[in-house]
Design a binder for this molecule. Structure first.
Ligand code: NAD
Length: 442
């Protein structure tokens, strides 16, 4: 990144480009293994999809290991983590745990030609770099949300998914829930009239994390690989499992953690569009600890005919309009609530619960069906839409970090406007990558 002068190169990356880039990287950590092994997977998966999971923390085990292990026509054949404790716990969760291959280095896993598909459930900063390498190695990818740590990364990921013609499912799983799909259909058909406002609510109590002291990383852990593209800093318990969410180098706070699900529903309701402007305010009003990311964020995402209002408060042991994490779409004839009780339309005194008229594939079976057909257009939560909600969250964070009152982003020109903070905001569309952990291409 060069303080705003970086332009994403608008070119198709060919395998030759990749080899050249990797060659330039020389002994770079992310270079050579694919070339040396020639692991270029061009075949479609057979009846059984061989799946691998990279990142076996909470979500990697609870959702990916368990979900992929029980899915029809799929076998979890490998797991990868830099923490041997997590790796062992993940293998124990799998029915074939004794045979499952264990990796601490994802590059080695990607060399395995028998693997058709990977989940990426690591800290956010690794999502796009790993996905790019996986796509280049010919794998399909289920990527956790947010798909990217920066707006530039999202752009690259979209290009790579198209270039390598692989399925990339985004972990915003409401997109594959039947009641939500039906609700958005009915919203578009005018069940609550014209929708001029959608609220995205992230209202919960997240306890402070205190101040952690520097110490040695746990034994056997590859902390350098965990830090990946980010600067080398001493290990602390707060910069580690789960709490990394609250440090800008690895995550983007609760806006990209829980908030991205609600932003995703709000943009879905409004047709997956970028707003013309975002007015942002907030900061750290509650925490006085190691947190770097805000505990309070309010944003108005302005469209010509409507708006999204995002309200995040992490110090509220009570709900907002009945929701901790939820959405309300306000129309001229009624409102629609999306939340833990399902989707409910309120019109005057009448309340209607929206149900799906037919069963819908949930997100993992839907992904596997798309992989089996090698058909990205079958995905219910494709990275193409996940990218919009990830970008909007990342842009809100840029404005919040800079204390800038507003930010605009044109996804076609790939240009940001952030009055008073133009250079800093442009720089924050990307990030620097530590030597040896550069992206495979730009
Ligand atoms: N879709 C959802 O509803 C949902 C819910 C929870 C979490 N998530 C997402 O899942 C991801 C993981 O979150 P979590 O709460 O499980 O975090 P976590 O810290 O518990 O787990 C992350 C795991 O990744 C491992 N890891 C880190 N760097 C690695 C590397 N270079 N190679 C291999 N492994 C590496 C860590 O050691 C750890 O075991 C996040 O992106 C989060 O946003 C999604």
């Amino acid at each position: 990144m060069d303080n705003g002068k970086t332009e994403l190169k608008n070119r198709q990356t060919t395998r030759r480009d990749f080899i050249k880039t990797a060659g330039v990287a020389g002994a770079g950590l992310l270079a050579a293994p694919f070339i040396a092994s020639g692991s270029w997977k061009e075949t479609s998966p057979g009846d059984t999809i061989n799946h691998a999971i990279i990142g076996t923390g909470r979500q990697g085990v609870d959702f990916h290991c368990k979900g992929f292990a029980k899915a029809k026509g799929c076998k979890v054949v490998a797991v990868c983590d830099v923490d041997p404790q997590h790796l062992g716990a993940a293998a124990r969760e799998l029915p074939n745990g004794g045979q499952v291959k264990r990796y601490s280095d994802f590059r080695k896993l990607l060399e395995d030609k028998s693997i058709d598909s990977v989940s990426i459930a690591t800290p956010d900063q690794w999502h796009t770099p790993m996905a790019l390498w996986a796509l280049m190695a010919g794998k399909h990818v289920y990527i956790e949300k947010p798909c990217s740590h920066t707006v530039e990364e999202a752009e690259l990921l979209i290009k790579a998914a198209a270039r390598y013609n692989k399925c990339v499912q985004h972990g915003t799983q409401r997109r594959s829930e039947g009641d939500h799909i039906e609700a958005i259909k009915q919203l578009n058909s005018g069940i609550i009239g014209k929708v001029h406002t959608v609220k995205a609510i992230n209202h919960q109590l997240r306890e402070p994390i205190g101040r952690a002291v520097a110490e040695q990383p746990p034994r056997g852990v590859n902390y350098d690989m965990w830090l990946g593209p980010s600067p080398v800093v001493p290990f602390t318990k707060n910069r580690w499992h789960y709490n990394w969410h609250w440090f800008w180098d690895y995550g983007g706070g609760d806006t990209v953690n829980d908030g991205v699900h609600q932003i995703d529903i709000a943009v879905w309701a409004l047709g997956n569009r970028y707003p013309k402007r975002m007015i942002v305010s907030g900061g750290q009003f509650f925490y006085n600890d190691d947190h770097e990311t805000p505990d309070t964020q309010t944003a108005i995402l302005q469209y010509d005919d409507s708006q999204i209002i995002y309200e995040m408060r992490l110090w509220t042991p009570y709900n907002l309009e009945g929701h901790d994490n939820g959405n309300v779409a306000y129309g001229t004839d009624g409102k629609m609530d999306f939340g833990r009780a399902g989707v409910i339309v309120t019109k005057g005194k009448e309340q209607i619960k929206i149900e799906s008229p037919e069963p819908v594939e949930s997100i993992i079976p839907n992904y596997l069906a798309a992989v089996r057909e090698n058909n990205p257009s079958r995905l219910l939560s494709p990275v193409k839409t996940g990218r919009v909600s990830s970008d909007l969250c990342n842009l809100m964070n840029i404005a919040n970090r800079l204390n800038a009152p507003s930010i605009e982003y044109d996804p076609v020109k790939r240009a940001v406007i952030c009055p008073g903070y133009q250079q800093q905001a442009t720089a924050l569309l990307g990030r620097e990558y530590r030597k040896g952990y550069e992206l495979p291409y730009k």
